[in-house]
Design a protein around this ligand. Sequence first.
Ligand SMILES: CC(C)(COP(=O)(O)OP(=O)(O)OC[C@H]1O[C@@H](n2cnc3c(N)ncnc32)[C@H](O)[C@@H]1OP(=O)(O)O)[C@@H](O)C(=O)NCCC(=O)NCCS
Length: 162
Amino acid sequence: MMEKHNIVELRGVLPHDLTYFFQFQLDPEANEMAAFTTENPADKVEFLSHWKRILDDEYIIKNTIVYNGEIVGNISKFEQFGETEVSYWIGKEHWGKGIATQALKKFLVTIQERPLYARAAKDNVGSIRVLEKCGFSVLGEDEGFSNARGKTVEEYIFKLEK
Ligand SMILES: CC(C)(COP(=O)(O)OP(=O)(O)OC[C@H]1O[C@@H](n2cnc3c(N)ncnc32)[C@H](O)[C@@H]1OP(=O)(O)O)[C@@H](O)C(=O)NCCC(=O)NCCS
């Protein structure tokens, strides 16, 4: 039998991937971590219309993350606050396998644009670690209302120069 090699691949988002993304973004612990999430992750109509806007927007680069052939998350590049940001989400059952780090490294090779920015709640240790391992460093701080936590949450702004 062929051995699995823990391969992370990125590909374009296909309609049926949204079923997986919807499940991933339902998880309360993931919402708490990410903090800046939608008001009601269980609202599938809102979720699908949000993703329709993303899929229709040619300026948003979005990829499905595939791990050993399995759909495990998504990663994207978009404009926010006049800057180009990256963001990612991995399904909880796949956390801690190095997937986000590998996915972001691969994504950064496909995106020529620099600088790139990213934001993470100050206590989102996993995401902060992923960004640092991929060469991002803290540029500043901000805060915003977190739907997931129902309060204002502080975040770091990260920048990747090269
Ligand atoms: C944050 C997230 C992307 C991390 O994904 P992942 O695939 O588990 O990350 P990796 O396996 O590549 O881990 C990278 C590093 O972070 C560490 N890490 C990951 N999650 C962690 C956690 N919850 N607490 C502490 N460290 C964590 C890993 O140990 C690893 O560090 P190491 O290489 O020094 O051992 C994932 O938990 C997630 O999607 N969370 C919900 C959505 C979210 O927060 N997205 C980011 C918004 S800013």
